[in-house]
Design a protein. Structure first.
Length: 243
């Protein structure tokens, strides 16, 4: 079994185990035979406040049939912190504007992180009393509830990365670390991580028969990657998988 077959099988097994939480999705239709437009609308450092300011120009102006929304990592950290209730309200507004535009909505939970690296950049006291992992759990609970309330698509990619991402210091970790990238990052995916993320997204889209003719990937630096739709980003790999 080659690596692509293994990853595909892993994602499909995740679907069977409930990690791909399958809601009815907003009026699912048969998957189109090819994607005519895929936009990488990720910007590094963005939080939900930023996305609300640019949702019309960077997302809805493209008239997406499917919007893939991944946001929350910056909201939970001190530099761009958005309190949990404000995050909930912002995510509700983003979701409603996307759905009301006629686009299907697919939400993703935020990825895990390697905590020792995270705390090199963010003070531990900021995360008290729940701690960094407790904060991430709260954010993901909001994302999951938001999707359920709207019967939107939900890919619990955070849980998948927790289980098979080998988060830590080894070279095969799917997040960047000193061994695989020379950087004490612990938040952003490696090249293999982006490929795995794109594979999970593509399997989810096809399994749930989302309308993938016009896709906008809307989010922060984890969506942006290198900013392309043909090189090193999950939107770039997704485009290849759906072509």
């Amino acid at each position: 079994m080659n690596r692509k077959q293994f990853l595909t099988r892993s994602v499909l097994l995740a679907a069977g185990s409930g990690l791909l939480k399958i809601a009815s999705a907003n009026t699912p239709v048969q998957h189109a035979a090819g994607t005519e437009l895929l936009v990488n609308a990720g910007i590094a450092g963005n939080n939900t406040n930023n996305l609300l300011k640019r949702i019309y120009t960077d997302c809805l102006a493209h008239q997406p049939t499917l919007t893939i929304l991944m946001i929350g990592t910056n909201d939970m950290n001190n530099g761009k912190h958005v309190p949990l209730e404000k995050f909930r309200n912002n995510l509700n507004m983003l979701s409603d504007r996307i759905i009301n535009s006629g686009s299907q909505l697919m939400l993703m939970t935020i990825l895990p992180f390697y905590e020792p690296y995270l705390l090199l950049r963010h003070p531990v006291a900021f995360f008290q009393p729940e701690g960094p992992e407790g904060r991430r759990k709260q954010v993901n609970e909001v994302i999951i509830k938001t999707a359920a309330e709207r019967k939107a698509g939900l890919l619990d990619i955070g849980s998948i990365f927790e289980k098979v991402g080998k988060i830590g210091l080894e070279k095969d970790c799917l997040l960047r670390n000193k061994e695989n990238s020379g950087k004490e990052d612990g938040v952003h995916p490696t090249r293999e991580g982006y490929r795995f993320l794109a594979l999970a997204v593509s399997q989810y889209i096809q399994y749930n028969h989302h309308d993938a003719r016009r896709i906008v990937c809307f989010g922060d630096s984890i969506t942006k990657g290198d900013g392309s739709v043909d090189k090193e980003s999950y939107p770039a790999y997704l485009k290849k998988l759906l072509s």
